[in-house]
Design a protein around this ligand. Structure first.
Ligand SMILES: [Zn+2]
Ligand SMILES: [Zn+2]
Length: 359
């Protein structure tokens, strides 16, 4: 189906399929649902009754069982990301149960449990899509940004961009895998094969990446806000061999550093911590300005790069790897209507592991 650039996929009305089974299921779906809605940047989310989404062709309708909170949600709500659909239901780490499917959607059956990530849809035609880089698609739309997401009781998603979730993960524990895990994994891949890995900002992504990195035989150094002993102890408990303040040098040079905290001053600090040939990978979608720094920090083939979004291949690989590590996620359950307080906790950095909303 053609997709118009710059617009979300709008629901097309599909003639109802009239098999009795489908009709029965349809009756079980309520007309309206509770959702947390963003009306404009800088405003708190508003708890509201919305119509349950229509399923367009190729989409599945999910009953949301859990939806992880991500720093990107904070950037959307705060207006750091400037082009959200409005009004918007945020949320892009959805674990949901398939309720029904739109025309042509045959990949999943009612009752299946699936995950919905940030990458909501790509065009499949641009030069990025055609070269295995759909994360950079010119006409991508993103869950909980360009299309409504999972801070609600129901969500519709393009079935081609949904993932199966291993039965090893209950709903809450599975949710943070879908962005913190996926993007963290992509960032780790961009870091190369170096043994000594620094993690700047020890939140939802880092608490997953440290486990994967240890599984790969790497040594992990965790960097937190100054004096954040609780986060440092958390990192050490998950396998980091050293934890300390982010602006201080590590005990030995690093081969790579992943920066998950949105603070630009961490980039020169991480560069200064690198050995020759090392790479700094910035894993967030938004960051404060990076202060200028002397060229000697970049000299000797050090590099700085970012990681944007994810490809479906990242998702398949990571979600197959996670139960083998096995990655354990630490989650705090939050009621849907408490999303604003949860975002505030994320803003303050007062979260151990990941926050997950439950409708
Ligand atoms: Zn594309
Ligand atoms: Zn995210």
């Amino acid at each position: 189906m053609a997709h118009t650039p710059g617009t979300e996929l709008t629901a097309v009305s599909i003639p109802a399929v009239t098999t009795p089974a489908t009709a029965d299921r349809r009756e079980a779906i309520p007309q309206t649902m509770r959702a947390m809605v963003l009306d404009g940047p800088g405003r708190p989310l508003d708890l509201r009754e919305l119509p349950v989404p229509e399923t367009a062709a190729g989409q599945v309708l999910l009953r949301v069982r859990a939806c992880g909170l991500c720093r990107t949600d904070l950037h959307v709500v705060d207006g750091d990301l400037t082009e959200p659909k409005l009004p918007l239901v945020p949320g892009h780490q959805i674990v949901g149960e398939v309720v029904t499917a739109g025309q042509g959607a045959e990949r999943f059956s009612p009752g299946d449990r699936v995950g919905v990530p940030w990458l909501g849809r790509t065009c499949g035609e641009c030069r990025f899509c055609r070269s295995g880089r759909e994360n950079l698609c010119d006409r991508a739309s993103f869950t909980g940004y360009g299309v409504d997401g999972g801070f609600a009781e129901f969500a519709a998603a393009d079935e081609r961009f949904c993932f199966q979730i291993s039965p090893d993960y209950p709903d809450l524990q599975g949710a943070p895998l879908l962005c913190a895990g996926l993007v963290g994994y992509r960032a780790l891949r961009m870091a190369g094969d170096g043994e000594r890995l620094g993690l700047y900002g020890f939140g939802a992504a880092a608490h997953i990446v440290v486990q994967v990195a240890r599984h790969q035989g790497r040594r992990v150094f965790a960097f937190t806000r100054e004096g954040d002993e609780e986060a440092q102890a958390f990192a050490l408990g998950l396998g980091a061999e050293w934890a300390g303040d982010a602006l201080l040098p590590p005990p030995e040079p690093l081969d790579a550093a992943l920066v998950f905290a949105p603070a630009g001053e961490l980039v020169p600090a991480a560069l200064a911590a690198l050995d020759k040939g090392g790479t700094v990978v910035c894993g967030g979608i938004h960051m404060s300005d990076i202060p200028s720094f002397p060229y000697r920090l970049l000299w000797e083939e050090r590099g700085v790069r970012s990681v944007a979004n994810l490809t479906r291949r990242d998702g398949e690989e990571f979600l197959a790897l996670a139960p083998q590590v096995p990655v354990r996620t630490e989650v705090t359950r939050v009621a849907l209507e408490d999303a604003n307080e949860a975002l505030e906790r994320l803003r303050a950095g007062a979260v151990r592991g990941a926050l997950v909303l439950v409708p």
